[in-house]
Design a protein around this ligand. Structure first.
Ligand code: SF4
Ligand code: SF4
Length: 118
């Protein structure tokens, strides 16, 4: 019985690790504070999966103070990082501690968009 329990616990642990790793991959790149007020959209032009918004022709572009990366669509290619004139884009693993809140801020933009659609 104890052996069986240990086996199940081990499988659960492995699933948990895999699940958290998957989550990390999904939050690969983050746009942080330096984008605020700049919003030149250079990053949107190089993203191969169109996961950086809002773009200039989108209704909420003026309202949003910065652009955001969709954590569910980003494929972790890194193409956006070098084109940013103010170095606002980071892989999540290299995001400076002072800007950690931008992980949630990027994700929340897409949550709000989904909720608005219904
Ligand atoms: S890392 Fe690649 S896929 Fe992700 S936002 Fe940047 S350009 Fe787009
Ligand atoms: S390139 Fe940099 S400053 Fe320009 S919109 Fe993208 S993240 Fe913001």
């Amino acid at each position: 019985m104890i052996t069986k329990f240990r086996k199940i616990s081990k499988i659960g642990f492995v699933i948990l690790i895999l699940y958290s790793k998957k989550g990390e991959e999904k939050m690969a790149y983050i746009i942080a504070e330096p984008c605020i007020g700049v919003k030149d959209t250079a990053c949107t032009e190089v993203c191969p999966v169109d996961c950086i918004h809002p773009k200039k022709d989108e209704a909420d572009f003026e309202k949003e103070e910065q652009l955001y990366i969709d954590p569910n669509e980003c494929i972790d290619c890194g193409a956006c990082e070098p084109v940013c004139p103010v170095s606002a884009i980071f892989p999540e693993s290299s995001l400076p501690e002072k800007w950690k809140s931008f992980i949630e801020k990027n994700a929340n933009y897409y949550k709000r968009k989904k909720e608005a659609v219904g």
